[in-house]
Design a protein around this ligand. Structure first.
Ligand code: ADP
Ligand code: MG
Length: 473
């Protein structure tokens, strides 16, 4: 462990002790599983298992963690969660309470994505396929409805007859089951043909490996063989290729090699190929040349079926009753990831309250912030976002809608566009129109703002504050 790590460890020991003293249950559930990685300029990087974990802590316990990090040896630290790290087993609680067992069961049935440690410097070829994901994301536990039937059928065909739909390109919003389907293909192919080489990777992992090797001036051969010497290649979230010219070139060659050998390629993205900004035309054409299928947000019936499946998979003494599941399914409709998160929260609580039925009122209380977010997501208007952002940054609505390109105006404008994408269901074209611009400008903002947030703590805070403010209104 180097000097920086020791410092991170020391800071986290103090903060973790505070968190434990404040709430032992939350400590065991969440904070104990966080791993201090490094500290730079007052920001403590904490490793967490996966994106779901990070999102949950960010949404629900941000204040608690910041409070615990306030005033450590006279410094007010902030933190950044880094998915892809599992705390060593020794850091786990010795006796796992029933509620944790319940959550673990749920987690292993579908929440844990890419939970293997992901050391950036290791070439992908040597990284194990995430077996835990393959076991939990299957076709059998994917609920099919009108909104995803086509994508499901195409994925099954790809698994049963690799190479028939080539490439298969699945697209849709966040938390709707794209990764689930991709990993179901991997699981199914491996089960049928154990000898086949199936490679699953997120596009970000490929990008990391690729640019690390380039930076270290190392040979790309291990990288190339890891993606080319395979029977089935599954790449998640290819929208990350936007603007990455060198990687696009590499991807294009890799694609051609596999395609010419009739190896199955499946890609997922949050948008259609032609909507990925600055994606080489040749790649757009290749991506569109096979089968594209949209994965839509599941309808009420499907959401309910997913919850029922989770219930039957969960170890609680008193299962959540139908009324509660219907309550969840009708109130949380934006993403299955959120829906599952809400279910876990209730199931965890139910497991703690030995033998007592959970009421709707209790559920409303427990899910207060999630329900508020859902309501807000449905109602927030583009104009209210523009106004709120303008007033937050001390500029006018006319500035936001105008042509000025000075940073004091351009940055808030970009943030407003980003929030419109985050908090409303309007398309990038509709949002662009509301700002007198085209959809490409909105897509640019959508990509750029998370980058700004990671570089600039005050922007990150502003955005969190704006989100809360807009969702409260
Ligand atoms: P995406 O990749 O589209 O962002 P994921 O595949 O990660 O979404 O899905 C988020 C969570 O919701 C996962 O736990 C997944 O298993 C679950 N999920 C999504 N759609 C379905 C479905 N139709 N049936 C069962 N589980 C689903
Ligand atoms: Mg995904």
């Amino acid at each position: 462990m180097n000097a920086i790590d020791t410092e991170a460890l020391h800071i986290w020991e103090i903060a973790a002790a505070r968190l434990k003293a404040k709430n032992g249950y939350l400590y065991r559930q969440w904070f104990q599983k966080m791993l201090p990685l490094a500290v730079t300029e007052g920001v403590l990087q904490l490793g967490v298992p996966d994106d779901f974990f990070a999102g949950w802590v960010d949404d629900n316990y941000d204040d608690l963690v910041l409070e615990a990090l306030a005033d450590i040896n006279g410094t007010r630290y902030t933190y950044k969660l880094v998915p892809g790290h599992i705390a060593p087993a020794s850091a786990e609680v010795e006796s796992v309470p029933a509620m944790e067992q319940a959550e673990k069961k749920v987690v292993s049935s579908g929440m844990s994505q890419q939970s293997q440690p992901r050391p950036a410097e290791k070439p992908l070829a040597r990284r194990p396929t995430p077996q835990n994901c393959l076991a939990c994301h299957t076709f059998e536990n994917f609920v099919v409805g009108a909104e995803n039937r086509h994508a499901y059928a195409a994925a099954r065909t790809a698994a049963e007859t690799p190479g028939l739909y080539n490439p298969l390109y699945l697209y849709g919003g966040s938390g709707v089951g794209k990764t689930h389907l991709l990993q179901a293909v991997a699981e199914s192919v491996k089960r049928r043909n154990p000898e086949m080489v199936v490679r699953y990777a997120t596009c970000d992992e490929l990008l990391n490996d690729f640019y690390n090797l380039l930076q270290q001036k190392q040979s790309l051969s291990s990288f190339r063989s890891s993606v080319r010497d395979v029977d089935v290649l599954l790449v998640d979230d290819v929208h990350s290729l936007a603007k990455k010219t060198q990687m696009q070139e590499e991807f294009f060659n890799m694609f051609n090699t596999l395609y010419n050998q009739r190896r199955q390629i499946i890609l997922t993205s949050d948008r259609q190929p032609c909507e990925i900004s600055d994606l080489d035309k040749r790649l757009v054409t290749r991506f569109e040349s096979g089968m594209t299928a949209e994965v839509g947000v599941p309808e009420f019936e499907s959401r309910l079926a997913i919850l029922r499946m989770m219930r039957s998979d969960t170890l609680t003494k008193v299962p959540l009753d139908d009324e509660l599941l219907e309550f969840l399914a009708s109130n949380i409709s934006s993403s299955i990831r959120r829906l599952k998160g809400a279910f876990i929260r209730l199931a965890t609580y139910a497991a703690m309250t030995e033998g007592q039925r959970l009421t709707i009122e209790q559920a409303e209380e427990l899910l207060h912030s999630q329900l508020a977010q859902e309501c807000a997501a449905r109602d927030i208007s583009l104009e209210s976002i523009q106004r709120t952002v303008a007033s937050h940054f001390g500029i006018t609505l006319t500035d936001i809608l105008g042509e000025k390109r000075t940073r004091t105006v351009a940055e808030p404008r970009m943030i407003a566009m980003y929030l419109c994408r985050e908090l409303t269901s309007n398309s990038s074209t509709e949002i662009g129109a509301a700002f007198g611009r085209n959809h490409a400008t909105v897509l640019h903002a959508e990509r750029k703002v998370p980058q700004l947030c990671s570089e600039n703590e005050s922007i990150r805070r502003s955005i969190n504050q704006l989100k809360h403010q807009l969702q409260r209104n």
